[in-house]
Design a binder for this molecule. Structure first.
Ligand code: ADP
Ligand code: MG
Length: 467
């Protein structure tokens, strides 16, 4: 049972969080605080260092893949035959690239696995040989709409304030917001048009509005750069092309930042599709551009777990570091070694659904299949749809107790924490100009919850502390 003192601490934390702008919209339009944890996640110095060092390697990997259209097409085109969303994305490709500058703002998400002893009983047949050397397992790398740079910076401010008042333990400093905003400012300035703006492509009903607004506000305050915020449909309706520039509300768009456009829901109307085509036809710097968005697809993540494919893009040393963090991933029709002999991966996953996550080529949460949903989905799936999905080993993350505060209510639960590292990379014609790690995101959720969305109410923002 919580004491009076604890209740007051949590009440104050909620109010302070609201004051800092840690807010989200509920489906009825009311505002509430973003879910957060009052128990910083303890990480070892070596896990933190390993994760941080990987950021720039993974950013460079994504840039290299984005330069190899033949590779992307080879792996994604067969899927587009049954997946109209992917087909539409591939069709956006323009033959002549109007913009040689690239800006990638990515977030690389990991779990830290249970220690080897407690993992001993598991079948680790799908793992790469080298992965036993690391307790990190990559969940996915987000090349599009890597969200929460504002909200996590504010949560860390809240935790830091509580620490200074001796109400919480010391946490690891973190501010991805400023570097992300500075990167947008640099990209806008480098575009070379006076009074140019940033375009924030957004979803019409966005519950995570405040994460975007915090970024827009800092871009104005620090750099006096305006942000125009529009849905894809509004871009088509209000925009035009002038000498290759995208012009909206009379202003030249130097940078187009996608916080939408990663789900079929964003393309329900033909106007929305034309909106994206208009952006593609212009010379605006797209964050991310189409090949970078495609490089973040789950199919690409899966094929990169094959050492011979990964090594075509990175040096042997970097390949080794990346491979250590990969969970086992398979195509559904792949023949794999199992304790019961060689079997088709989909057959084995149907028999052992708790060991896998089934993933389509989608972003944004809520699209994956877990546990008992897997055999049901596989049974219904047509043969020709199989290649649109990948199977991923279900990562057994280290569990810990945490106080989670969701919609005004605090509860202590057994939890897992997913840690993301933000990376910013500038490139020109695929040649990296600058590349760095700029901070972390932690999302803590009850251990029995599968999905990870903060605004969907599944996961809580959290900070890191050293073990
Ligand atoms: P999305 O693009 O929809 O965010 P993710 O691959 O990031 O898809 O999966 C969403 C969430 O599902 C993750 O944040 C994580 O909590 C959980 N998840 C995904 N893959 C795994 C896995 N292999 N093992 C355990 N949990 C996973
Ligand atoms: Mg994700």
């Amino acid at each position: 049972m919580q004491t009076q003192v604890q209740n007051e601490l949590i009440e104050n934390a909620i109010e302070s969080g609201k004051l800092l702008g840690m807010l989200k919209y509920l489906p009825d339009g009311q505002l509430t605080h973003a879910p957060f944890s009052m128990s910083p996640y303890s990480i070892s110095a070596s896990d933190l260092q390993e994760m941080t060092e990987l950021t720039s390697y993974f950013s460079e990997l994504m840039i290299r893949i984005s330069q190899d259209w033949a590779f992307l097409e080879h792996h994604l085109k067969p899927i587009s035959e049954t997946d109209p969303f992917l087909k539409m994305l591939l069709d956006f490709r323009k033959q002549e690239v109007a913009q040689s500058k690239q800006l990638l703002i990515q977030r690389n998400d990991f779990f830290i696995t249970k220690d080897e002893l407690s993992n001993g009983g598991q079948d680790r047949i799908t793992e790469n040989e080298t992965s036993a050397d690391s307790s990190l397992r990559q969940v996915e790398l987000n090349t599009v709409s890597a969200s929460f740079p504002f909200l996590i910076t504010q949560l860390v401010r809240l935790h830091q304030n509580l620490y200074e008042q001796k109400l919480l333990e010391q946490i690891i400093p973190n501010n991805p917001l400023n570097p992300v905003v500075d990167a947008f400012a640099k990209a806008v300035r480098d575009y070379g048009s006076a009074d140019a703006v940033m375009l924030m492509v957004s979803q019409p009903a966005e519950s995570n509005r405040f994460d975007q607004l915090g970024l827009e506000q800092l871009l104005w305050e620090e750099h006096k750069i305006q942000t125009v915020r529009k849905s894809l449909t509004e871009i088509y309706e209000n925009g035009c092309l002038r000498e290759g520039h995208l012009v909206l509300d009379g202003k030249t768009v130097a940078v187009t930042y996608y916080r939408a456009g990663y789900t079929p829901d964003d393309f329900r109307t033909s106007e929305a599709i034309k909106g994206r085509q208009m952006i593609e036809a212009s010379s605006t710097v797209q964050v991310p551009d189409l090949p970078m968005q495609l490089a973040g697809m789950k199919k690409i993540q899966q094929v990169l777990t094959r050492p011979e494919i990964l090594s075509a893009f990175v040096s042997p040393q970097i390949s080794k570091l990346c491979l250590k963090t990969f969970a086992g991933m398979h195509c559904l029709d792949e023949i794999i070694e199992t304790p019961e002999g060689e079997l088709c991966a989909s057959e084995w996953a149907s028999m052992n659904p708790d060991k896998y996550v089934l993933k389509p080529q989608r972003e944004g949460g809520g699209n994956n299949y877990f546990g008992r949903e897997i055999p049901k989905k596989l049974a219904k799936m047509k043969q020709e749809e199989q290649n649109a999905y990948i199977l991923m080993e279900h990562i057994q993350a280290k569990t810990h107790s945490a106080i989670l505060v969701v919609d005004g209510q605090a509860e202590t639960m057994n939890c897992v924490s997913e840690i993301g590292r933000y990376g910013i990379c500038f490139a020109e014609n695929g040649v990296v100009q600058s590349n760095r790690d700029v901070g972390y995101l932690v999302r803590t959720k009850a251990e029995n919850v599968n999905e990870g969305g903060v605004c969907a109410g599944f996961a809580c923002l959290n900070s890191l502390t050293t073990a």
